[in-house]
Ligand binder design. Structure first.
Ligand SMILES: [Zn+2]
Length: 460
């Protein structure tokens, strides 16, 4: 999501050994990772249950009492796993979340088997290797390591591995847990997917903390008309009316604005960016609207972080080549800034369209407030960054996509996307072909999350 023009932070080639977990823990996380990838948990055809069960077995073998482990879900093939690592109870727990379903993958579309873990040329390949089984495997491996090391957190650590994040629907594990067993996952805050380390050709630039998400919403525009014979055209034509409405939407832009998260993003970006926009980036961080307009015009990602966007994505209309159209319809896909309501966007679209014969139907989705940028979390993250990758800053981000974090934010559990797994900005393959993660980045992410969670659950 980030577009950083140049690097200010250079790294030596040799990494200190401390960035990698002990060898036994590398073997463990790799083994869990492999097991997860090779269990086919495709969103539509697969099952998450074998993964949940295998993890439960591992945890029991590592000494977790059965009473602290739960496996279950909305239907038998969509099980979730929840495990509680007991702490001193001085503070509310931390929830560590990852989803264990994946986007479908066909063998013929890939250059290697998507449901085998393949280690090749310094990468782990496999469906879910990046989204989101790396984090799932790491949470479990780290929990087992804490146990073995006798770590006594000052609060409970809860790991939840959940079903059906991809595509959502009635079996979504987070929604199901919130509705049926809120007490099992209730927490001070949650760490989840959605924030990555960003690198370029392996060089680390910034470590993201994703604190808010835009709301995905589709609006369907429809124009109905009596129609008739195309040899007898009349001025009132469904296709022309819709086209005119779309033309007005094309020329419209929602106002630019920032909030706590995007202000922090642009402020941090201004510190590490060396490109031509650096002065404007700093001004955006300080709330300068004219600078926001210039920055939005400079880059589609920045534009999307600074305003609600709505764009036509599908068209249909007419029923015969020789008939006046009785229906013309379009889909308008909107990505709404946190804090703006779906209703207010619909009202704006209606005003822009300015034609009462164009109806708007909304397919609602869940919107959620941003999570506050907690000083304790930022401090812990900076500390982990500094010890692993000195000079790499934390950068708070607004995601233009969506995760299960929105359900938790709405339930009053602030949720942050943070993984410390670095992905090259031009190598983002989640949901795509030959999905992969750098072997080194996987193990470094394991160490980063180990450190981060330990800091957050130790008396300060
Ligand atoms: Zn995901």
């Amino acid at each position: 999501m980030l577009r950083l023009i140049s690097l200010s932070v250079l790294f030596g080639l040799a990494l200190p050994a401390a960035t990698l977990p002990p060898e036994a823990d590398q073997r463990l996380s790799r083994e869990i990772f492999k097991e997860m990838i090779e269990a086919k948990s495709g969103f539509t055809t697969g099952s998450t249950t074998p993964i949940a069960e295998a993890v439960a077995q591992r945890l029991k073998a590592a000494g977790f009492p059965a009473s602290d482990i739960f496996v279950g879900g909305a239907i038998p093939r969509k099980a979730n796993l929840v495990v509680r690592y007991r702490g001193a109870g001085a503070r509310k727990p931390i929830l560590l979340l990852a989803h264990i379903d994946v986007v479908e993958a066909k063998r013929e579309d890939w250059s290697l088997d998507p449901f085998q873990l393949t280690e090749k040329d310094g990468y782990f390949y496999g469906r879910g290797s990046s989204d989101d089984k790396a984090q799932a495997a790491i949470w479990i491996a780290n929990l087992i390591r804490y146990k073995r090391e006798g770590f006594k957190p000052d609060r409970d650590l809860i790991v939840a591995l959940t079903a059906d994040e991809e595509g959502g629907g009635p079996y979504n594990g987070v929604e199901w847990l919130l509705k049926n067993h809120r007490d099992w996952i209730d927490a001070d805050f949650c760490l989840n997917e959605g924030g990555n380390g960003e690198s370029e050709n392996g060089k680390k630039i910034a470590n993201e903390l994703m604190a808010s998400e835009k709301t995905y919403t589709d609006f369907r525009l429809e124009v109905h008309n009596a129609g008739g014979h195309s040899s007898l055209p009349v001025p009132d034509n469904a296709i022309y009316r819709l086209a005119a409405a779309l033309g007005r939407i094309a020329k419209f832009a929602f106002p630019v604005k920032t909030d706590e998260v995007t202000e922090a993003y642009f402020t941090q970006l201004a510190k590490i960016d060396k490109g031509p926009n650096v002065a404007d980036l700093a001004k955006v961080g300080a709330g300068d609207r004219a600078a926001m307009e210039r920055i939005a015009a400079a880059n589609p990602s920045w534009n999307s972080m600074l305003r609600t966007t709505c764009v036509a994505t599908q068209l249909e209309g007419g029923h015969a080549k020789n008939a006046l159209p009785q229906l013309a319809a379009a889909n308008i896909n909107c990505r709404i800034l946190p804090g703006e309501s779906v209703q207010s966007v619909q009202d704006t679209l209606q005003k822009v369209i300015a034609d009462s014969q164009v109806s708007i139907k909304v397919e609602p989705d869940v919107s959620a407030p941003p999570s506050p940028l907690r000083p304790d979390l930022l401090k812990a993250m900076d500390r982990a960054n500094d010890s692993l990758w000195p000079g790499v800053p934390t950068i708070p981000v607004l995601s233009t996509g969506a995760t299960d974090g929105r359900f938790l934010r709405n339930a009053g559990i602030p949720t942050y996307g943070v993984r410390g797994i670095f992905i090259d900005r031009n190598d983002y393959r989640a949901h795509g072909r030959d999905e992969r993660v750098r072997v080194q980045s996987f193990y470094e992410g394991q160490t980063f999350l180990y450190d981060l969670v330990k800091t957050l659950s130790s008396a300060q």
